[in-house]
Every structure is written in structure tokens, then in C-alpha cells.
Ligand binder design. Structure first.
Ligand SMILES: [Zn+2]
Length: 358
């Protein structure tokens, strides 16, 4: 992997490469954009590139430090590293991207780089030895702060990628704030977020903001095919995905659930809504995606409609927008979805229409 494998974010990738080329690496960055558009992948590639032996982003003379026996993060470090550049010598002249074959790049590719740490709820569960929770807690970010004070083990930069950083509770955000304000030399923190407003203004003001947009449909289709979807299926899901790989995966799950229902079954809306994920965060995201699909379908039907049908669709669009706003509050998502599906059916838009691309 290198930046060339990040599809559909050309402008953003150019900006990241320009930063690398200039050698002016901001120590605190926010990668912001919708879910499922490649923010994490880009953060990881950036981390690889700053630490690649063939680029020159040395923050300071790197004196490799002995692993700290109390360092919980260090447990992930590999026992033995593969030999770098053992076979025919290869050259790499691009200072704005990783080479993919030096020791640092090889370690990063296997997820075993001791100086590149991904901080997310799965990592937290292992760190704190507890079940995975929806939030990132203060203890986790305190550990990050502690590790940021230590020397890097191998690479010039210690990189923390806090994935979906909006999951940080307020005191966790305060715990990382000092590291963002006064980063120890050679520390790079990248927060990936889809909702900037969930971060403290003090955090936002300290970080270099890198924006990611929705993926073009062609890039989404290519990515879905790379994940094993047939070309036709990939195109269909890409059209429903609204520029997000995550939304396209949700659409695939909707298609599966809709096709399992008997056409004409009057209880379809209830049966479909009963299939929402139990996790309330996931359920809310799915309901929002479905309401977005409903709005898109409603708008295209409204453009073609005339007379009383147009009036019905106008009322439906207003109502759906209202339900879409309610989805951001603490409501019963099953009830919300049932209401939206029943009302759309009355206005002539069936459940099947929502996952139809033509
Ligand atoms: Zn490299």
C-alpha cells in the first residue's frame, strides 16, 4: 500500500504529499470527513511515509530506546523484525510517499510497527482488559499521553492514530489536549473524525485540519470490486452508497434484508425494522442511511410527479426531513423507521424502491 492506493481523494492526497515533501509535518492533525471515505487509510499511509527510511522526515536524531517493561503499548512490538533490504537492492526516490520495502514500511504493513499506534475502542478493550465500549475513556488517552513522553523505539516519529476520535469522552479529550498543545519532539497525533462538532474547540484549534470528501461513485465501485463484489453488484451498491464505503456496506445489508421479505407482505415494514442492529449507535446510523435513501428516492419521484401525487410527495419529503432530524436525538429507532416506511408506502414509495438504483 501507498498513497497511490487511496482512491477518490486526489486533492487531499496531493495536500498530504505536499506536506511530506516540504518536510513540515504538523504534530497534531485532524482527518475529517464522512465515514467510510478513506480517512483512516490515509492516516496510516501518512504515518508510514513519515517513518519510511527512504523519506527524510527526521524529527530529531533518533536514538532507539530500549522497550519500557511497563509500557502496555510495547506488548504489540514484534519479537524479531524481518531483515531490511536483504534481497536485490531497490531504490525509492519519492520523498512524498513510503517505499513499501524498508524495515519500517514492512513492520507497518503487518501492523507490528512499534512506533505507529492505532487507538480505537478495540485497542482500548485490550488495554483495559474489558469489553469493547462505544467511548474512548480517559485511562486510554492518559496512556497515550504517557507513551508520547517516551522516546520512539525505532522510527523518527511516534505516531498515534486515534480512530473515530469523536468517541473520546470529554475528560479523555482533555487528557490528550496537553500532548496536542505541546507535543514532545517526534510525536505525531492524527485524529480521524466524521463529526468535528464532537471535539472540544481547544482541540480543533490545535490541529491541522485535513478534509476528506465523499468518494466518487467510480472509486466506490472499484473499491467494492476489490472487496469481492461482482461488477454489477458493485455499481448498484456504489449508487446507493452516497460516496461512502460504510454506507455501501449498509446498503448491501438492506438489499439482503429486503430480498428476504415476501413481496406484498403487509407487515414488511415491521419485519424489516425488527432487523435493525441491537447496538443503538449502529441502529441510528442505519436508520439515517435509510432515511437518506428515502429522501433521495422521494426527491426523484417528486420531480416526475404531477397533481395530487406531487402534493403527497411534498408532504412525505417534509415529514421525512423531520424524522431525519429526530434520528440525531435519543429516540426509538425501530419506531422511527417503521413510521418512515409506512408513510412512504402510503405516498407510493415502497420499501423495495429504496434499494433500487434505476
Ligand atoms: Zn519505506
Amino acid at each position: 500500500m501507498s498513497f497511490s492506493n487511496i482512491l477518490g481523494q486526489d486533492r487531499t492526497v496531493r495536500r498530504l504529499k505536499a506536506l511530506l515533501k516540504s518536510g513540515r509535518i504538523p504534530p497534531a492533525m485532524i482527518f475529517h470527513g464522512p465515514p467510510g471515505v478513506g480517512k483512516f487509510l490515509a492516516a496510516f499511509e501518512f504515518a508510514k511515509a513519515v517513518n519510511c527510511s527512504h523519506t527524510e522526515h527526521r524529527a530529531r536524531p533518533a536514538a532507539p530506546a530500549a522497550p519500557d517493561p511497563d509500557d502496555l503499548f510495547a506488548a504489540a512490538a514484534p519479537a524479531a523484525a524481518p531483515e531490511p533490504e536483504a534481497a536485490p537492492p531497490r531504490t525509492h526516490a519519492d520523498k512524498s510517499d513510503s517505499c513499501g520495502f524498508c524495515l519500517s514500511c514492512l513492520q507497518a504493513a503487518t501492523g507490528a510497527h512499534p512506533d505507529i499506534r492505532v487507538v480505537d475502542t478495540a485497542f482500548q478493550a485490550a488495554l483495559l482488559d474489558e469489553d469493547e465500549s462505544a467511548n474512548l475513556k480517559i485511562d486510554t488517552l492518559r496512556e497515550v499521553t504517557r507513551w508520547a513522553q517516551q522516546k520512539a523505539m525505532l522510527a523518527p516519529w511516534k505516531v498515534f492514530i486515534v480512530r473515530d476520535a469523536e468517541a473520546m469522552v470529554t475528560n479523555a479529550q482533555n487528557a490528550i489536549l496537553k500532548t496536542l498543545e505541546e507535543p514532545p519532539p517526534g510525536t505525531l497525533v492524527i485524529l480521524t473524525v466524521s463529526k468535528k462538532s464532537a471535539l472540544l474547540s481547544t482541540i480543533l484549534s490545535r490541529c491541522c485540519l485535513i478534509d476528506f470528501g465523499p468518494l466518487p461513485e467510480s472509486a466506490l465501485s472499484t473499491l467494492l470490486q476489490a472487496q469481492g463484489a461482482e461488477p454489477g453488484e458493485a455499481a448498484r451498491l456504489a449508487a446507493l452508497g452516497g460516496g461512502s464505503l460504510e454506507k455501501a456496506a449498509e446498503a448491501a445489508s438492506f438489499l439482503k434484508r429486503v430480498s428476504a421479505l415476501r413481496p406484498g407482505d403487509p407487515a414488511r415494514a415491521f419485519k424489516f425494522s425488527a432487523g435493525l442492529p441491537r447496538d443503538s449507535h449502529q441502529a441510528r446510523e442505519e436508520v439515517k442511511t435509510l432515511l437518506d435513501l428515502l429522501l433521495a428516492r422521494g426527491r426523484s419521484a417528486w420531480r416526475r410527479a404531477e397533481g395530487p401525487a406531487k402534493d403527497r410527495l411534498t408532504a412525505l419529503l417534509r415529514r421525512t426531513l423531520e424524522l431525519r432530524r429526530m434520528a440525531d436525538r435519543n429516540v426509538s429507532y425501530v419506531l422511527l423507521l417503521e413510521t418512515a416506511l409506512l408513510e412512504s408506502e402510503r405516498a407510493g414509495i415502497k420499501l423495495e424502491d429504496l434499494v433500487r438504483t434505476a
